[in-house]
Design a protein around this ligand. Structure first.
Ligand code: T3D
Length: 299
């Protein structure tokens, strides 16, 4: 992984990589360089078998303030007209890289997440917010439509009515409200934020990565196909899941051990994606940990 990049911090801790948008003076507003570096870091993580979970976050007091508006200056004074479709294609590459990532991607949101920064978070598989989070689709404030996949993801996450409200009124949604309406998976007090993100990332990193990839494919493709097509896809993906060492070993463990973890597995074994875990803590994201130490090539 590159270490010479300027606007994104890349920190790898064993199988978890944390990508931090790092322009805190401007609330991590995304300029051309940051977009390029972030996209390259995401694409590198996708191809790095050592990495099993990606966390995307912002430095300082914000997740991100959207497109760096100072870069729009020359576009508007006529000296250098912005080729919008070409410009957006760069964001689209990033959005698609996140969605196609063959491992889980978590957005860790504290402070402001607005505009394209919010929509990048919406492209991630899960979102954890701190209770100081302020999420807003600021586009309409500056006379723009939500881009970066916002028009696709927002109504699917929170429903059409709420999506239209967020896009048209461009009002802030607090962290707790975002959790209530399904915009984020979980909102936690700021003091618990880092630990919660870490626990979720660790849990996902310890899990069956290949199965998670198949789950992502099933869920995301199913958003756009009918039930019959989804059932067909489910068969194909389940066939792939059945072939994983995670599945085989977890079922074997169920029949050959009888400790408390096995009891937990009784119902989980019905879903090959969820087997192999054992209780260990009261924290939701800590309460299940993977029982197999040895990692297989197919997960
Ligand atoms: O390119 C494309 O086509 C893709 C499309 C993208 C479109 C978008 O992303 S639309 C959304 C663009 N973003 C915005 O409209 C948000 C603009 N910022 C704000 O409205 C406010 O800064 C916030 C509500 C986000 C936060 O307010 P507050 O009071 O907490 O902070 P602040 O004082 O306004 O900002 C702190 C600094 O960050 C400030 O700089 P200074 O005065 O300390 O030197 C401010 O200018 C700077 N900053 C904030 N947002 C941006 C920014 N600088 C450049 N671009 C920004 N987007």
């Amino acid at each position: 992984m590159r270490t010479d990049i300027q606007n994104v911090l890349v920190e790898q801790d064993e199988s978890i990589v944390t990508l931090t948008m790092n322009r805190p003076d401007v609330l991590n507003a995304i300029n051309t360089l940051m977009l390029q570096e972030l996209t390259e870091a995401i694409e590198a993580a996708a191809h790095d078998d050592m990495i099993r979970c990606v966390v995307l976050t912002g430095a300082g007091r914000a997740f991100g303030a959207g497109q760096d508006l100072t870069e729009f200056g020359s576009a508007h004074d006529g000296s250098q007209p912005l080729k919008v479709i070409e410009h957006l294609a760069k964001y689209h590459r990033l959005i698609l890289a996140i969605r196609d990532m063959p491992k889980p991607v978590i957005a860790a949101i504290q402070g402001v997440a607005t505009g394209i920064s919010l929509n990048i978070a919406l492209a991630c598989d899960m979102r954890i917010a701190a209770d100081n989070a302020r999420l807003l689709e600021a586009f309409a404030r500056i006379g723009l439509v939500p881009d970066g996949g916002g028009g696709y993801m927002l109504p699917r996450l929170i429903g059409l009515g709420r999506a239209l409200e967020m896009a048209m009124l461009a009002d802030e949604v607090s962290g707790p409200e975002a959790e209530r309406i399904g915009l984020v998976n979980r909102c936690v007090p700021l003091v618990e934020f880092d630990e919660t993100v870490r626990a979720l990332a660790q849990r996902l990193a310890n899990g069956p990565t290949r199965t998670y990839q198949l789950i992502k494919e099933l869920m995301y493709k199913s958003l756009d196909i009918d039930l019959q097509a989804s059932l067909h896809l489910e068969g194909l993906l389940q066939e792939a899941a059945y072939a994983t060492a995670d599945h085989r070993e977890s079922v074997d463990a169920f029949f050959t051990t009888n400790d408390c973890s096995t009891a937990v597995l009784i119902w989980q074994t019905l879903l090959p994606t969820l087997v192999g875990y054992t209780c260990s803590s009261e924290n939701d994201y800590l309460c299940i940990s993977y029982t197999t130490n040895e990692r297989k090539t197919d997960r």
